[in-house]
Structure formats: C-alpha cells, structure tokens
Write a protein that binds this ligand. Structure first.
Ligand SMILES: [Zn+2]
Length: 310
C-alpha cells in the first residue's frame, strides 16, 4: 500500500498522476476525455489507463491505496453526481462505478474543491489547514478547506464562491441563471465586461482602446500605470475583496490562494484584492494572508491524490 493515483477529469482531457504515499509525483500523463454517448467511455478509459500504468510500474492491487478523482460538477461525499454540463453525464455513481472497474478504493470530489486541497498540500496554501481558494478562469471556481478537509456540503456544492451575490442591482444574468454573481465581475470574462463598460463611459485615453480587451491586457496596462486600467482593476478588486471579506467572517481562513488564468497577472492582482479585503474584513479575520497558486494545472491531480492520502 505505497502508491495512489490522482485523476482530474476535465471537459477535454483527463489529467492523471501516480504518487508515492509520501506525496512524490512519480509520473503524470493525460488522456482524451471521450464525451460521446453521454460520456459512457470516460470511466472505462480512466480504468484502462490506471491498469496500464500499474503494469508499467509493476504495481499490483495490494500496492495501491486508492484512486482519487476530481470532477467538474457537484459531487456528494458518497461520490454521486446528479448531472455534469461538461462531460455529458446524468445521474452517476462515480465512486461505485470506478471501484467496480479497477477493483481499488475510489474517492471523488468536485474539481475546484480538490484543486484547493492540492494547493493546501503542496502549493500556495502549504503549511495551513484553513484556506479559501479562488480560481479565476473563464468562470470563478472555489474551494474551502476547513481544518484540513474540503467543505463538500449537503449537496456536494460547497465552496461555489463564484456564485455568491455581490451586486443586488445587476440586471444581466450569470451562467447559473442568477444575477449579480461574483463570477460576473471577477472571472476573465467578468473583467472584460467591467472593462468594456468603463471604456463606453467616456473617451478617456487608455492603451486599452488599441486592441481587443482581455483580463491580460487590463493587468498589463495596470503595470504600465494606465489610469483607466487601474480603475478597472480597483473595481475588480472591490468585488472580489469584499466577497472574500464576507466569506472570511464565515470560515476564518489563515490564507486565501488565488489561482486560474487571471492569476498569471502576478502579485499585482493580490494588491487590488487585499486593499478592498482590508476595507471590509471583520477585525478578528484581519491576519488572513494572500498567496498565488503554485501548482497550475497539476493542482487537480495533487488534490485527488491527497483525497486518498489524508
Ligand atoms: Zn452565478
């Protein structure tokens, strides 16, 4: 019982890794996510790939503690999903099905929660047990770790920070159907939305008018001291910083880890979040620190392995 597998199932690829029980990643690889026929081949493909690697590394079933899996959907503690937008699955007993296929114990979690666990274990949250992770990508993902464990919740939907309402007056709809979700302001697409709105307000000179606006061009312009870009970054920081201050009042994190494509802007991004966070945070939560995520796309496989090793 000295090895485990970490599996991160995404909409286009399944990332996989085999780990020694001390946390060392021995090998990582990817396979295609075959979504046809309601994704019926996804779990069998994962099982085949695990068996193949066990043969390559001369591991029998007794040598493997288990397989941890992250999935892009709410997942209950029992490893059951109701539906996934990205994989084509309806109701699915993922834990049970994969255990039957590989004959090894399986644990399943939501991919964002699992990534948070990975960052706590080996990344930006290293050394902490109470952590909030926010992933700023096309959407806003989140994971909450409380006393070393993922907050899964009663419906497998714990940690959905992107859908906290931060603007009661919003008229446009979020992808989830609600209005005023954090995701509408703090994701890569949200930042573009804020930028376009700001650019339409008047004719103020800014480099942002020279090319297609993206989260990257906004923060590149911030680094060049562009006044309009700085206003946009402040607005972004306010939405995210206030939301995190509210969240801190509930979960009291030691550390907030910011990941996802937008976080490639670097520590300047944290400056804007921290400034607003400090304006609104409850006094007893003030010691909270902020870090950038460190594991990138590997956070999922590390967290999935940690599901087994915790
Ligand atoms: Zn939403």
């Amino acid at each position: 019982m000295r090895y485990c597998f970490g599996v991160d199932i995404g909409g286009t690829t399944v990332k996989m890794g085999v780990f020694h029980f001390d946390g060392t990643l021995i090998e990582k690889w990817e396979i295609e996510t075959r979504k046809e026929n309601h994704g019926e081949m996804i779990l069998p493909d994962v099982a085949d790939s695990i068996r193949e690697k066990m043969e390559n590394h001369n591991l029998d079933k007794e040598a493997v503690l288990g397989v941890g899996v992250g999935i892009p959907a709410p997942v209950t503690e029992a490893g059951v999903v109701q539906a996934t937008a990205n994989l084509g699955w309806g109701y699915k007993e993922v834990k049970h099905e994969l255990e039957t296929l590989v004959g090894i114990p399986v644990k399943v979690g939501n991919d964002a929660n699992v990534a948070a666990l990975g960052e706590m274990w080996k990344g930006g949250g290293f050394g902490h047990k109470n952590m909030v992770m926010v992933t700023l990508g096309t959407g806003v993902g989140g994971g909450i770790i409380s006393n070393g464990h993922m907050v899964v919740g009663g419906h497998g939907a714990g940690g959905e920070i992107g859908h906290i309402c931060v603007n009661y007056e919003e008229t446009e709809k979020c992808g989830c159907g609600n209005r005023g979700c954090l995701e509408q302001y703090a994701s890569a697409t949200g930042i573009v939305r804020l930028a376009k709105k700001r650019l339409a307000e008047n004719d103020d000179e800014t480099v942002l008018r020279n090319e297609e606006v993206s989260a990257k061009t906004v923060f590149d312009a911030v680094k060049e001291n562009d006044a309009v870009a700085i206003e946009i970054a402040k607005e972004f920081g306010k939405y995210l910083g206030y939301a995190l201050a509210n969240l801190a009042a509930a979960v009291d994190p030691e550390i907030v880890v910011i990941g996802g494509g937008v976080s490639k802007a670097g520590t300047i991004l944290l400056d804007y979040i921290i400034e607003s966070f400090m304006e609104r945070v409850f006094f007893a939560n003030k010691e909270c620190r902020f870090e950038l995520a460190r594991l990138g796309n590997d956070a999922g496989i590390y967290g999935a392995a940690k599901l087994i090793l915790e």
